[in-house]
Design a protein around this ligand. Structure first.
Ligand SMILES: C[C@H](O)[C@H](O)[C@H]1CNC2=NC(N)=NC(=O)C2=N1
Length: 120
């Protein structure tokens, strides 16, 4: 079973995701990103492609879509926190969203907080 990233892994892996707009969720050990699209159709298109990617990975987002906004929260239910699967899915989602969405960075807390709050 996949385990939570330890503190060293978080320090090594979360920096690049913070640069691309991922944040620490307000609650729990999870990452969150809010994307803004030109309209609902564009948001739904990203969600459709992301859903196929999630199915292929067998790793699924917790997400909420309101018209042209999509908020994605990633954590691994099986281990109760952020695992390497969340890093991989976040990277895949970033690639899919490139050029089709703006990032709202005014949410959550600094992602590197997740490197400090984890107990090994
Ligand atoms: C049975 C199925 O393989 C598991 O429930 C998978 C499905 N997708 C998942 N997605 C996420 N985010 N975390 C999980 O632990 C997880 N587990």
């Amino acid at each position: 079973m996949t385990s939570k990233l330890d503190a060293e892994e978080r320090k090594a892996l979360l920096g690049a995701l913070e640069d691309s707009g991922w944040r620490a969720a307000e609650e729990g050990d999870a990452m969150v990103k809010r994307l803004i699209f030109k309209d609902f159709s564009a948001a739904w298109g990203l969600m459709s492609r992301a859903a196929l990617c999630a199915e292929t990975m067998n790793h699924h987002p917790d997400w909420r879509n309101v018209y042209n906004k999509l908020e994605i929260t990633l954590s691994t239910h099986d281990c109760g926190g952020v695992s390497v699967l969340d890093i991989e899915l976040a990277r895949a989602l970033d690639a899919l969203a490139e050029g089709v969405a703006e990032v709202d960075r005014d949410i959550g807390r600094p992602l590197m907080r997740l490197a400090d709050q984890v107990e090994d």
